[in-house]
Design a protein around this ligand. Structure first.
Ligand code: BES
Ligand code: MN
Ligand code: MN
Length: 457
């Protein structure tokens, strides 16, 4: 569409400036210190929706951070796309590892550096600019509803209720999300699934107080040592997870499906070099793409206890802790896996310590069928703007709300992500390529067009 192209090239600089402005707001959902900034960000997103041409837009309060909702209904007889994204971001620390301020976006070598540049402000904002393009050129192929939440990075704790309470308002034919990654600009791809999540915290208690490590050490179990041993035992010599019952419901893929996954371009030597690791690691019998896409995993996210301040303090800590997450695949169920973990962890604890296991937020895995009209519309949009057939991949990350879209609203999702795996999301120096940002804005209107056409409209 020439009109789209012209509008976008005429407004290119402004599209970028507006994103940078949004990135300056530290909308960190996990830290209550930023509550005001999160609210300010919600207001900004609402204003942008109105300026882009939504008929209505509102900031909807929740028990936590607000949800922003807007819509542009051109004709109720046309199909409706519900766009979902999130305006909240992960905490920026460790701050000292950033080359520039996390909330002072800079553009270097064609990349936008800032917390949220890719996850998800940059990707979410592409949709607002795509909507603006269609509205301002009078060429909306379908109705668009936009729901941008502020709690994705803390488990979307209040969005489930919002879906329940607003079933009518959110009525649509498909959910469209840009919050995932693709292989590269040369090898565009579409994620056809996401893993689920079960997130646990464990506390191991030894003696009733911290002890002098000379006076008592060697005679009383050290909870930090015990915790390390327990954690080490969670993988066997083949790096299979030892939690009893963990694999019971895991869906094994057919040889053909595995072959398709391994057909995606992937260079192990490059992968290792880019990460600075000499050797890869993982479950025996599976490739890297399988290990991160279709197999469940268990990872320690943090481990602490005892003295970690400056210098040395001789102490045998009373307690040690860890945060452990498990990525889940179909047909594992988050709550069931949390229970299995709890039972297992309690069972392997020696009598010298006591353990307390608690579950944090979780989420269910999803698979988005590649033979659906919606997926095909996304693939055609990619073909139109990239000139290449997108490769279907399975994403390793999790977006727990996607499973609820299906369960609560009966809606399937298309994951049309434009990030790259090395965009450093959740890490210092998060970035998003300016080219990917523009390519997303260019591609999204075509999804709407082809999706509407699949209804014969
Ligand atoms: N956008 C990510 C998920 C993601 C990243 C999916 C890359 C596919 C590729 C999302 O914001 C995220 O970080 N999700 C969390 C889970 C959430 C409950 C905190 C995750 O995957 O750890
Ligand atoms: Mn995200
Ligand atoms: Mn994230």
């Amino acid at each position: 569409m020439q009109a789209w192209k012209d509008y976008q090239s005429q407004n290119k600089e402004r599209f970028l400036d507006e994103l940078l402005e949004l990135l300056r707001i530290p909308s960190v959902s996990a830290d209550s210190k930023y509550k005001g900034d999160v609210a300010r960000c919600a207001d900004a997103v609402k204003d942008h929706l109105l300026r882009a041409g939504c008929d209505t837009a509102e900031v909807c309060p929740t028990a936590g951070h607000p949800i922003v909702y807007g819509e542009k209904i051109v004709d109720p007889s046309l199909p409706t796309v519900l766009v979902y994204g999130h305006y909240d971001v992960q905490p920026a620390d460790p701050l000292n590892l950033w080359h520039s301020g996390p909330f002072e976006p800079v553009i270097k070598d064609g990349k936008i550096y800032a917390r949220g540049a890719c996850d998800d402000k940059g990707q979410m904002y592409m949709h607002i600019k795509a909507l603006e393009t269609m509205v301002k050129t009078n060429s909306m192929p379908c109705n668009v509803k936009v729901m941008i939440e502020g709690e994705e990075e803390v488990g979307s704790v209040n969005l489930g209720k919002f879906l329940e309470d607003n079933k009518q308002k959110l009525k649509a034919d498909i959910v469209l999300v840009s919050d995932t990654s693709m292989i590269s600009m040369e090898h565009p791809s579409i994620e056809s699934g996401l893993r689920g999540l079960a997130y646990m915290e464990v506390e191991v208690t030894g003696p009733n107080r911290d002890l002098h490590s000379g006076v008592y050490g060697g005679a009383v179990a050290n909870p930090a040592t015990i915790l390390c041993k327990m954690i080490a035992s969670l993988h066997d010599e083949n790096n299979h997870i030892t939690v009893a019952g963990f694999y019971d419901k895991v869906q094994e893929l057919s040889d053909a499906e595995r072959k398709a996954i391994n057909n995606a371009p992937f260079d192990l030597a490059e992968y290792k070099a880019e990460l600075g690791v000499k050797e890869d690691w993982g479950e025996k019998g599976y490739t890297t793409l399988e290990r991160t896409g279709i197999r469940p995993t268990l990872e320690v996210n943090g481990i602490w206890g005892g003295y970690i301040g400056e210098g040395a303090k001789t102490v045998l800590p009373s307690k040690a802790y860890a945060k452990i997450s498990m990525r889940l695949v179909p047909n594992q169920v988050s709550d069931e896996i949390s229970d299995l973990f709890k039972k297992h962890f309690e069972a392997i604890a020696p009598d010298s310590v006591q353990v307390k296991v608690t579950a944090h937020h979780g989420g269910e895995p999803v698979v988005t069928p590649t033979d659906s009209a919606a997926y095909q519309a996304a693939a055609k949009a990619i073909r139109t703007t990239f000139g290449k057939e997108p490769i279907p991949t399975r994403g390793g990350g999790s977006i727990p709300i996607i499973a609820l879209f299906e369960r609560t609203l009966g809606l399937k999702t298309v994951l049309l992500g434009f990030g790259l795996d090395n965009d450093n999301i959740h890490s210092p120096n998060e970035k998003y390529d300016v080219a990917n940002y523009y390519k997303g804005i260019e591609t999204i209107p075509y999804f709407h067009k082809y999706f509407a056409e699949s209804f014969g409209k």
